[in-house]
Design a binder for this molecule. Sequence first.
Ligand SMILES: Nc1ncnc2c1ncn2[C@@H]1O[C@H](COP(=O)(O)OP(=O)(O)OP(=O)(O)O)[C@@H](O)[C@H]1O
Ligand SMILES: [Mg+2]
Length: 253
Amino acid sequence: MSGTSDARPLLAAEAVVAGYEPGLPIVHGASLAVAAGEILAVLGPNGAGKSTLVKALAGLVPVSRGTVRLDGRDITGLPAHLRPRAGLAFVPQTENIFASLSVADNLRIACDVMPDRPRGRARTAELLDLFPDLARARTLLAGRLSGGQRQMLAVARALVASPRVLMLDEPSAGLSPLFVSDVFARLRTIRDTGVAIVLVEQNVRAALKVADRALVLVEGRNRHEGPAKTLADDPAIAALYLGGAPHSSGSPA
Ligand SMILES: Nc1ncnc2c1ncn2[C@@H]1O[C@H](COP(=O)(O)OP(=O)(O)OP(=O)(O)O)[C@@H](O)[C@H]1O
Ligand SMILES: [Mg+2]
């Protein structure tokens, strides 16, 4: 099922215009769609509006035109705090955990804001199986975790509510390559449980490896779009975002 774009999208944004100040849009009519069990990478240069777009989808930046639908329901005007329980979770790039609280308390807080706390607690137990590092670090302050473990905690916090759509803003930022593969491997596992994932990334190569489809945003508009494999092999994309030649498994002799 992964890799299909024909399936009905779980999250669909159409011609979204969004920005921080009235009359000064940053996102100029961008569209995206992601289906269950699919990872969509959102790529593009610095300042392209990737973070603004996902923040708009999370309800944290006002949308002045266009629509956002979650499983067919129009959520364009739904307040941000009601989106997680509607099934849409967002992991921002920074300040996505409480550094001065323990790992366990970070997860407990995520449960406490849910309407169905017992379900959140049951889900937390499952998540500690999925993230054994977090289980081992349960009593540690989150601020003492490694960068990779912090990202895992941020993802786990978002998963407590059993979202159908998970959006992440640069989960690989500041991580060593080993941690990047670790975090991305977990995203694949989460996708395979049927969650739709929107992955904003600067790490284009790694993102195209994990994603099923990708969207390149330039100046707040869709520029390229397609299967991740096709984009990874596209010389135009390579020249723009991958530092020259398309990726290859071996180097010329
Ligand atoms: N809180 C804010 N208030 C006003 N303008 C902002 C704010 N955050 C970002 N911007 C502006 O919006 C534009 C797009 O920024 P955005 O963070 O969405 O880009 P991005 O594609 O995520 O870039 P990067 O790859 O550097 O993370 C930039 O010109 C930026 O200065
Ligand atoms: Mg950004």
